[in-house]
Design a protein around this ligand. Structure first.
Ligand code: OXD
Length: 306
């Protein structure tokens, strides 16, 4: 079995070594143009040339949760695309989102600014019941985030394409219930896959339906958000602010207004990092399962886009 590794802007060497050590019977190598044909590939945002030069591939293993960059390519019909499913990402996402929700709810930035000035201040406690958190996208990451938020007793709403039951999460499904979901939500957490249906879904028409004082946490993809609509809604006072981990252009250009907006916190696409050892173990497990003819999790439906 030949396995090739092709990454955009990431050193493939430790992955080649790790997969080779776990599968001594395979031949594992980093792809370069003109490389021999492989049976399987481990990829992150590969170029079209890679796909065109490797017509014999049976499966592509994506080393992230989002497969939007992969599905933009012309892929041969029948090529199996497999995404990471969890592999240590969901706990990081839960940490990031809970941290952000709590930082906002408990006004820790305001306390931080006061203490920097040597000011001992108290703010009136806010009611958790007024801070319903809406999680958009209830896949592996979204479900973990929803459950983690419940530990802190925030009311949690969930929005997904098809109905999904999670204990004590108020569930909304499909475009027909999007308005109701937004109107019941104060803090919106975006964890949806990026597909033609969800591109630009966070815009003036949707974000203005959040409860007054609403807050956005975008940890999915930058192209979900119409950036100027967010800034306008914050500046008009309808939204209290946002924490953004993903952007239409990454790295975020230095002149971008998000960097300097006092109510927007920027992090550099770091909410849930791919953990190499966990990911290699998961991909190797799936390769062995496929060899035994067993079903695996994380196979992408190209029509649905995730
Ligand atoms: C991913 C990401 O898709 O890191 O996993 O954005």
């Amino acid at each position: 079995m030949n396995i090739t590794v092709c990454f955009d802007k990431l050193d493939p060497a430790p992955w080649v070594q790790g997969v080779q050590a776990a599968l001594p019977q395979a031949r594992v190598s980093a792809w370069s143009p003109g490389a021999p044909q492989a049976d399987l590939a481990i990829v992150w945002a590969p170029p079209q040339q890679f796909i065109d030069e490797q017509p014999g591939l049976q499966a592509l293993f994506n080393i992230g949760a989002g497969v939007d960059a992969l599905l933009k390519l012309r892929l041969p019909a029948g090529l199996k695309v497999v995404r990471l499913d969890d592999a240590g990402m969901s706990v990081q996402m839960a940490e990031y989102v809970c941290h952000t929700v709590i930082r906002h709810f408990r006004e820790f930035d305001t306390y931080g600014a006061d203490t920097q000035m040597g000011k001992w201040s108290y703010r009136k406690p806010r009611s958790r019941a007024d801070f319903a958190v809406g999680v958009m996208g209830l896949g592996v990451l979204g479900e973990r985030v929803a459950k983690a938020l419940q530990v802190f007793e925030f009311p949690v709403n969930g929005y997904s394409r098809s109905p999904k039951q999670i204990a004590d999460v108020r569930s909304f499904a499909g475009p027909g219930q999007l308005g109701e979901f937004l109107q019941a939500t104060r803090v919106l957490v975006n964890l949806m896959p990026l597909t033609p249906e969800t591109e630009d879904i966070l815009n003036r028409a949707t974000l203005s339906q959040l409860q007054r004082g609403g807050y956005l946490i975008n940890v999915a993809r930058g192209r979900h958000l119409v950036e100027e609509d967010l800034i306008a809604l914050i500046d008009e006072g309808h939204l209290a602010g946002a924490t953004l981990d993903v952007f239409r252009t990454e790295p975020l250009p230095s002149e971008h207004p998000f960097w300097r907006h006092p109510k927007i916190t920027v992090t550099p696409h770091t909410s849930a990092r791919t953990l190499r050892e966990e990911s290699i173990a998961q991909i190797v497990g799936k390769i062995l399962a496929l060899q035994r003819g067993e079903p695996i999790r994380g196979v992408v439906d190209p029509q649905r886009g995730y």
